[in-house]
Design a protein around this ligand. Structure first.
Ligand SMILES: *[C@@H]1O[C@H](CO)[C@@H](O)[C@H](O)[C@H]1NC(C)=O
Ligand SMILES: *[C@@H]1O[C@H](CO)[C@@H](O)[C@H](O)[C@H]1NC(C)=O
Length: 254
């Protein structure tokens, strides 16, 4: 019994001339031709790889350049200033709260910069709220390092206690001074000092011979000196002349 036609074995060659068969053209190259072909493929491959490397490294360099330009070494290691990397021994120096020229000089010195800095706007916007652009440099914005607001608040309270009149033009309005006390309370609670104070008598707690862990305030002052907005005092004098002079005059200078 013979199988139906579709099951019978037919060698492939019998379809070679079918209309849908792929052309079986294989160019026969001379050995020289073949080598030339391969060397140009290799050459093209190298050119593609080389241009990839050039493009990638160029792009990377450009990225680094724009980053370093806007970040300036992450604005000169700003975040490292947050480290508690110093030990301070508190002296409880009453001379510095007294009503004396030495104390005045001390307070003038620690507030000197006001902590007002002019820094790259792009960098600042990555970390903080937008602020007013510098009148001198359109690429920079003006900020105050917060601890200087706190120091100013403390100075104000001190003046209020030493002077016989309020710092405010309107006498008997100490709202601003009381705000300062609340501000300092929040700052103190924010930077809770966890040092353990020893006692001899269960009444006074005081021995702190091990010192306090502090941020390096001098390092902060140096950082501010680098970015300080030099024009701030002139700006205040020009735009708020009377207020500024009043604030200065209200200082209980002897
Ligand atoms: C604490 O860190 C700041 C920021 O890195 C640095 O400038 C300062 O020198 C350091 N201070 C000490 C005492 O190591
Ligand atoms: C404040 O008033 C007292 C007494 O009225 C006076 O002795 C003192 O010198 C005054 N202080 C200032 C800074 O004016």
């Amino acid at each position: 019994m013979s199988l139906p036609k579709k099951f019978t074995y037919e060698p492939l060659e019998s379809h070679d001339d079918a209309s849908d068969a792929l052309p079986s053209y294989q160019p026969i190259l001379e050995p020289y031709e073949s080598r030339r072909r391969w060397s140009s493929i290799v050459m093209i491959w190298f050119v593609i790889q080389a241009s990839n490397i050039i493009l990638l490294s160029g792009g990377y360099a450009l990225l680094q350049f724009t980053r370093s330009k806007s970040n300036g070494l992450d604005l000169d290691r700003y975040f490292e200033l947050a480290e508690y990397n110093t030990t301070k021994y508190f002296m409880g120096n009453t001379d510095l709260v007294a009503h004396s020229p030495v104390a005045e000089q001390f307070w003038d010195r620690i507030q000197d910069s006001g902590g007002v800095v002019s820094i790259d706007t792009v960098w600042a916007a990555q970390h903080f709220a937008p602020s007013k652009p510098s009148p001198q440099n359109p690429d920079e914005s003006i900020y105050q390092v917060d601890v200087f607001h706190t120091i100013h608040c403390l100075y104000r309270i001190r003046n209020r206690l030493l002077a016989n009149t309020s710092l405010q033009p309107e006498i008997d309005t100490d709202g601003h001074t009381l705000h300062c006390i609340d501000w300092i309370r929040e700052q103190v609670m924010c930077h809770s000092d966890i040092s353990l104070r020893a006692t001899d008598d269960f009444i006074t707690f005081g021995d702190l011979s091990h010192g306090h862990q502090c941020r390096d305030h001098d390092a902060l002052v140096n950082w501010i000196a680098k970015y300080q907005w030099e024009g701030h005092k002139d700006y205040l004098e020009m735009h708020h002349g009377t207020m500024f002079k009043h604030a200065m005059a209200a200082s209980p200078v002897l």
